[in-house]
Design a protein around this ligand. Structure first.
Ligand SMILES: [Zn+2]
Ligand SMILES: [Zn+2]
Length: 450
């Protein structure tokens, strides 16, 4: 592809949109000197024109990625596709950052801040049921089980949109006052058991250093939000997800004579009630939401034996780190004291998982005008916090960050009829991606100039 010729074309389009056809300018339009166009043109207009022009290319990339989904930490082909595209644009590329991750560095023509744009690349062990020409037929083994593989969270669109943003930003790089770091990240859905991965590993391997990133932006397509809309929440936007295990130890006895031992099953039942009370009675729910759920309880082997022990496993979701610490402490206190009151013991183990995805308050305030300009003010919606988790939080823990939700539900559809993420019927519309590409580019450009 003749990049320079395209570049001049896009510069020109910004000036004389009415003169050109949908296919491109007539030959005579190309006589406008690039230098003049450079002076006269607004980068933002070029972004919009290029986003129109490359839309079908972005859609093609998305279809290709959708048909070739790869599970977490196995995004070899997807990562290579992104890396080659960046290289074709003259962007400096580092491969194998965090296993299959790719980092691209685009240095602008003028000095300025460093902005990171992130896309996650992994698919899920879900068998696609959507009737589309580019449906996935890929199968793999996950956790020892044979399964279909599907982009059931829309990360295929994230990769395609970031590739599109890279193409546009590299075309205007001489006008950029700063550097853009492109992060194509593996394993957002979680590395397979026994492996490391995701944003945490990329951060540990220095993805935010050399050059030192000043701010990070990320988008997540959403199957329940209409195309053209963007949702956001300042502060705690997505929850921290921590895992807990409670082992209750009693004293085994005959089921007909409970007084002869200590029943760990009734103690566990009391502990579950105690955990519910932590949320309903001891947590300031008007500040932020919080959730404790017991997802597994296991104890005993038959009807007339009161067992020795009972084990519970569950998840804790919080949106504020202080509340997170407090709830952890209360879980320990509640479980051990209830157990003690019955003559049992409770061992509590809490493992911190993905932190709160926190949208930096000042950065959110500063970039809101950009998002409103790009999407249209009425299309930008403040939303409630989400109790799901997102490992973008590992970047947000290091540098001021903003994570937005992008509409992917076909226009005119009701959210009631739209399939949620991680399901075999999950579907997002190609039409949603252009706004994503424009948003990523404009966030980078505006941040550099603000
Ligand atoms: Zn997901
Ligand atoms: Zn996702």
């Amino acid at each position: 592809m003749n990049l320079r010729r395209n570049f001049i074309f896009y510069l020109f389009l910004g000036l004389f949109t009415s003169c050109v056809t949908a296919q491109g300018p007539s030959e005579s339009t190309l006589v406008i000197p690039a230098s003049q166009a450079l002076m006269d043109n607004d980068v933002r207009a070029i972004i919009d024109k290029m986003a129109d022009e490359i839309e079908t290319k972005v859609i093609d990339w998305r279809h290709q990625i959708h048909q070739n989904p790869e599970l977490s930490n196995r995004e070899f082909k997807t990562g290579e596709m992104a890396a080659r595209h960046l290289e074709s644009l003259g962007i400096e590329v580092q491969r194998k950052v965090g296993i299959t991750g790719v980092k691209g560095i685009l240095r602008g023509g003028k000095p300025g801040p460093v902005v990171a744009l992130r896309a996650d690349m992994d698919a899920l062990p879900v068998t696609e049921r959507v009737d589309i020409p580019f449906a996935s037929k890929v199968r793999a083994t996950y956790n020892g089980v044979e399964t279909g593989v599907m982009h059931a969270c829309g990360h295929d669109t994230h990769v395609a949109m970031l590739m599109g943003a890279a193409e546009i930003l590299s075309a205007v790089k001489d006008q950029l006052s700063g550097t853009v770091v492109f992060i194509f990240q593996p394993a957002e859905e979680g590395a397979p058991p026994g492996e490391e991965g995701g944003a945490k590993l990329m951060v540990e391997e220095g993805v935010l250093e050399n050059p030192n990133v000043d701010a990070a932006f990320g988008l997540h397509i959403n199957s329940l939000t209409e195309v053209g809309k963007i949702r956001y929440k300042a502060g705690g936007a997505m929850a921290a997800a921590d895992r807990f295990v409670i082992n209750v130890k009693g004293k085994q006895t005959h089921g007909s004579q409970p007084w002869g031992g200590v029943d760990p099953i009734t103690v566990s039942a009391q502990i579950i009630q105690g955990l519910n009370n932590i949320i309903s009675r001891q947590t300031e729910l008007t500040k932020e939401a919080a959730v404790i759920s017991v997802g597994m309880i296991q104890g005993g082997v038959r009807n007339n034996i009161i067992p020795e022990s009972c084990k519970m496993i569950g998840t804790i979701r919080t949106l504020d780190t202080k509340m997170q610490d407090k709830i952890h402490e209360k879980i320990r206190l509640t479980a051990t004291n209830i157990a003690e009151s019955a003559g049992a013991t409770a061992e509590v183990e809490i493992t911190r998982g993905v932190p709160v995805t926190f949208n930096h308050l000042e950065l959110t305030r500063k970039m809101l005008s950009t998002v409103e300009r790009v999407a249209g003010e009425s299309n930008v919606i403040v939303q409630n916090a989400v109790t799901g988790a997102e490992d973008f939080s590992f970047y947000a823990n290091k540098v001021p960050s903003l994570f937005l939700f992008l509409g992917g539900m076909p226009k005119g559809t009701s959210p009631i009829d739209a399939a949620p993420h991680h399901t075999p019927d999950f579907y997002v519309d190609d039409a949603g991606m252009k706004l994503g590409v424009r948003t990523l580019c404009n966030l980078a450009v505006d941040y550099m100039e603000k």
